[in-house]
Write a protein that binds this ligand. Structure first.
Ligand SMILES: NC(=O)c1ccc[n+]([C@@H]2O[C@H](COP(=O)([O-])OP(=O)(O)OC[C@H]3O[C@@H](n4cnc5c(N)ncnc54)[C@H](OP(=O)(O)O)[C@@H]3O)[C@@H](O)[C@H]2O)c1
Length: 295
């Protein structure tokens, strides 16, 4: 019998890479098709419907996105096309062919003014173009296909690709001291943990007619600043470099960052029973993976 097909976009990104790493654990249940920009370019939304219709997936995981937060400030049109128009097309065609659409979004849809963890139902109010493009994507997806699942995540890192952990490791090996902002609080997310959570969710959806909500949050547990994140990276990697806390005002960036973007992840645990690991243990796992397989 034919196995249901999971189509995954963004195969060359952090999450796409980690999904490929664990696909073997799910190969008795599903076939997989991983595609990158070359096979399906999200800057051309008109090509999306025919590509999806041709492959007839049962599940579509959209791990592709325009993720250059600062560059988005001067490339708004492209960011909105990739993060809103194309996911909207995906949602529409998924509804037509009875395919479950799972889309990944971000903590940057919030303005950071809250003082307690953001719930999936909290009002979005992005403060930069990237966040606005992702918020528009969520809105269009749920308008066209309310059965879609949007998973917001935050501070994603992996042994593959560019991210804060790898940037810190490289700076720590070159410098005697570095300055890292201490007034933006959030939750790191190891992309391998998120990948596992997503495939567990797909597996559960495949084995039952689960009633589920539209929006979920997933990050590792532990609310920390980028400075605390850098301190732990330094400790675990035994670099001699000194890590100094600084205020965001001393480190201006083209895109505004929110000071608080902690996500409440209880709903995804409750509805799908996925495990949420602590940020320190996941960071240690990633650094071990990086050491045994340097990229
Ligand atoms: N990274 C974070 O800190 C973070 C935080 C919160 C939420 N998220 C969300 O989590 C999801 C996964 O992020 P990630 O960290 O895995 O991102 P990533 O490493 O930047 O990967 C994004 C992928 O999207 C692909 N892409 C970009 N433009 C494309 C286009 N026009 N057509 C097709 N593919 C295109 C990229 O392709 P190329 O490799 O060819 O460039 C890349 O492989 C995204 O939805 C992101 O918004 C990420």
């Amino acid at each position: 019998m034919l196995k249901p097909l999971i189509l995954v976009t963004g195969k060359d990104g952090q999450l796409g890479f980690e999904l490929q790493q664990i696909q073997k654990n799910y190969s008795s249940q599903f076939d997989f098709l991983f595609v990158g920009r070359k096979e399906l370019d999200l800057s051309v939304p008109e090509t999306i419907a025919s590509f999806i219709e041709k492959h007839q997936p049962k599940y579509l995981i959209n791990a592709a996105a325009y993720t250059a937060v600062d560059k988005a400030e001067t490339e708004a049109e492209l960011a909105f096309t990739i993060n809103a128009s194309s996911p909207s097309e995906m949602a529409k065609v998924c509804k037509e062919i009875n395919c479950h659409f799972i889309h990944i979004s971000t903590d940057y849809v919030f303005d950071g003014k809250k003082k307690s963890p953001y719930m999936p139902s909290d009002q979005t109010n992005p403060i930069n173009i990237y966040g606005a493009s992702k918020a528009k994507g969520e809105e269009l997806i749920l308008e066209h296909n309310p059965q879609s699942i949007v998973i917001r995540t935050s501070w994603v890192y992996s042994s593959h690709g560019k991210n804060f952990v790898k940037t810190m490791m490289s700076l720590m090996s070159e410098r005697d001291e570095i300055n890292v902002v201490n007034d933006q609080i959030g939750n790191p997310t190891y992309a391998a943990d998120l990948a596992e959570a997503i495939l567990q969710i797909v597996s559960k959806l495949n084995n039952s007619n689960l009633i589920h909500s539209s929006i979920y949050h997933y990050s590792n547990t532990g609310n920390i600043s980028w400075f605390q994140f850098a301190e732990e990276i330094q400790k675990l990697s035994s670099h001699k470099c000194r890590v100094n806390p600084i205020a965001s005002v001393s480190f201006p960036t083209p895109a505004k960052r929110s000071s608080y973007s902690v996500l409440d992840c209880s709903a995804i645990q409750k509805d799908f029973g996925v495990e949420i690991k602590n940020w320190k243990s996941s960071l240690a796992t990633m650094l071990n993976n990086l050491e045994s397989n340097p990229k």
